[in-house]
Ligand binder design. Structure first.
Ligand SMILES: [Zn+2]
Length: 105
């Protein structure tokens, strides 16, 4: 643990509000699209996931179908923080997680 410093870093992040999609370009790939609702449901902050058990406490059925991302904020050089249209803004999405996430779009 702690030896892997080779995580890919995005070269570009675009918020496509009308499509409710986050488009992330990684160094040697074409842009990948991340659905805002999927990102919201995958949030792992203490309000969405039980810190001790790792079990999701967020009711994903309660997440609006038309939820969008309102703001992207860089967290150091390893992650982004997203503010969603439901007001939720405590989720942090590290590059390696986004890289591994099956965005399936
Ligand atoms: Zn959360």
């Amino acid at each position: 643990m702690g030896e892997t410093m080779m995580n890919d870093t995005p070269t570009n992040i675009k918020l496509k509000r009308a499509e409710r999609v986050l488009e992330i370009t990684w160094s040697n790939t074409s842009p990948r699209r991340y659905d805002a609702r999927l990102l919201r449901c995958e949030c792992r902050c203490a309000g969405c996931v039980d810190e001790r058990t790792g079990i999701r406490t967020l009711d994903v059925n309660a997440v609006p179908a038309d939820i969008g991302v309102e703001r992207i904020e860089l967290v150091g050089n390893y992650a982004i923080k997203l503010r969603f249209s439901d007001g939720h803004d405590t989720g942090i999405y590290p590059w390696d997680r986004l890289d591994q996430m099956n965005s399936a779009l």
